[in-house]
Design a protein. Structure first.
Length: 503
């Protein structure tokens, strides 16, 4: 990439009535060298937001060179305190442009403004502040060792940044899940190349403006847009100049990335698919359980990695639980994201709508009882072309149905009765995935037993999505590799080196 092509450092990302999403490389917004672009459309009405530059090998090469130069330049010479101060400045910069980030994410995802403003955007900013503190307050090891001559030795460890980190982030909570990776990577002194989902380019692109405004050196934060195979995603994961890769998304894509990372034995950190269960015992606080499971099934139109698609209810409570969840689900109101009355948004795209509706149809064929939903809601004409589906609850599916075993990633769940604690655990574990579960009971002894025996990375008891960012986060089985959060993020984004000093 030439100096001319990298020149437009302060060029805006928004042009006219639509939006232009350029790459952000070496502190500048740049067009694709090939000139290729693709459309970005609003999920709630299928309207055109704008065009996105598609990156190829040349853009990835330029981003890797910029990221490598940043490590050798001013960024690599900053102290931990200086980096922490910059991370806090980035968080403050997001907050200062809060309305812009809300608008960008709302347009890309179609989700209600209230959800963007009260959860996803604030948490995206908070990631930078959390890891600004973590990187300064996690100690390393020190040991005194005997030596044959009696003088001894001291061993101590230091953390060094891993290098250039490839960040491939998903579309279901774009800013939050992207900064969950970028914030610790930068706090540890790495540089990053972000390949956001092609469905949600907005906030990753906008963050470049914040990085420049607060003085993050050029080349530290880079964004290259595109797709997976034969596009920016594949070229990023295959590039030998990328030292480690972190990814959130489908298990199938994670498998492909892992194969690419095997060349050069590069580290990977994955949060992948899930088919998460909720286990509701008969002694549970029904109101609390219904409220928590409503959120875990229907928040973000069911497009949450940690969401619940299998609900297991102890038989004495089963009928009451089904009727109550049905009544609550039927209060959800789809609508325009700006409308304060909207409590339920669309799926991310028409393509994903087709996928989810195919599972709705499969549930019918497999003999499900449709408790509520199962189709497409009637929407006003101006939103009829959006990616809408109904909140859906089933009962009565056979245990071998693909609807029970495959991740749907939509606003739906199957409710199944169980009779014993052991049966509930066996059903919850009967999946290739192991990301999350939630347990509802007043018996805390039972809660501890069940939590220890369900094969997942994170379990909530009488809650859901209650997150302390210092705790380990990640999946078991085919739901991921590695852990993030607190010191666990530092373990991925740094190399721990031992220094032995003979006294």
């Amino acid at each position: 990439m030439t100096d001319t092509e990298l020149a437009q450092r302060d060029a805006p990302t928004r042009q006219g009535p639509a939006t232009s999403f350029r790459h952000f490389i070496d502190g500048a917004y740049v067009e694709s060298i090939s000139g290729r672009t693709f459309e970005n459309r609003r999920p709630f009405d299928n309207g055109l937001i704008g065009h996105v530059a598609e990156g190829g090998r040349e853009e990835i090469d330029a981003a890797v060179n910029a990221a490598r130069a940043a490590l050798d330049g001013p960024w690599g010479k900053l102290t931990v305190d200086d980096r922490s101060d910059l991370m806090r400045a980035v968080a403050d910069g997001i907050t200062a442009r809060f309305d812009d980030f809300v608008a960008a994410e709302m347009a890309d995802t179609g989700q209600p403004k209230s959800m963007m403003a009260h959860a996803f955007i604030p948490r995206g900013a908070a990631n930078f502040k959390v890891f600004a503190d973590v990187v300064k307050n996690v100690a390393t090891e020190s040991f005194q060792s005997p030596t044959p001559d009696g003088t001894g030795a001291i061993n101590y460890s230091i953390r060094k940044p891993k290098g250039v980190i490839g960040v491939i982030s998903p579309w279901n909570s774009p800013l939050l899940l992207m900064t969950w990776k970028v914030a610790p990577a930068l706090a540890c002194g790495n540089s990053v190349i972000v390949k956001p989902s092609e469905e949600t380019p907005g906030t990753a692109t906008l963050l470049g403006e914040v990085m420049n405004a607060v003085g993050v050196p050029k080349g530290v934060y880079n964004v290259v847009h595109g797709f997976g195979p034969d596009s920016a995603g594949a070229f990023l994961t295959e590039h030998p100049g990328v030292d480690a890769i972190t990814f959130t998304g489908e298990t199938r894509t994670g498998t492909a990335i892992m194969k690419a990372a095997a060349e050069g034995l590069r580290d990977v950190s994955f949060e992948l698919g899930g088919k998460n269960s909720a286990i509701v015992f008969a002694d549970a606080d029904l109101d609390a359980a219904i409220e928590g499971i409503m959120r875990s099934v229907f928040l973000n139109c069911g497009q949450v990695c940690l969401g619940t698609e299998r609900v297991l209810v102890e038989r004495p409570l089963f009928d009451r639980f089904v009727a109550t969840l049905k009544a609550k689900a039927e209060t959800l109101r789809p609508g325009h994201p700006e409308d304060k009355a909207t409590s339920f948004g669309p799926l991310i795209s028409r393509e994903h709508q087709k996928k989810v509706l195919s599972y709705y149809e499969r549930a019918r064929r497999d003999g499900a009882t449709i408790v509520t939903g199962g189709g497409v809601p009637d929407m006003p004409a101006e939103m009829a072309a959006g990616a809408w589906v109904e909140p859906t609850i089933w009962t009565g599916l056979p245990d071998d149905s693909v609807v029970i075993h495959e991740e749907i990633f939509g606003p739906c769940c199957h409710i199944r009765p169980f009779d014993t604690e052991a049966e509930a655990v066996a059903i919850a574990n009967n999946t290739q995935y192991g990301l999350a579960t939630t347990i509802w009971t007043r018996d805390l002894s039972r809660a501890h037993r069940v939590a220890a025996n369900v094969d997942v990375g994170i379990t909530w008891v009488n809650s859901w999505f209650l997150r302390d960012l210092r705790t380990p986060f990640g999946g078991s089985k085919q739901s991921g590799i590695g852990r993030e959060g607190g010191v666990h993020s530092l373990e991925f984004y740094t190399e721990l080196r031992n220094i032995c000093v003979k006294l």
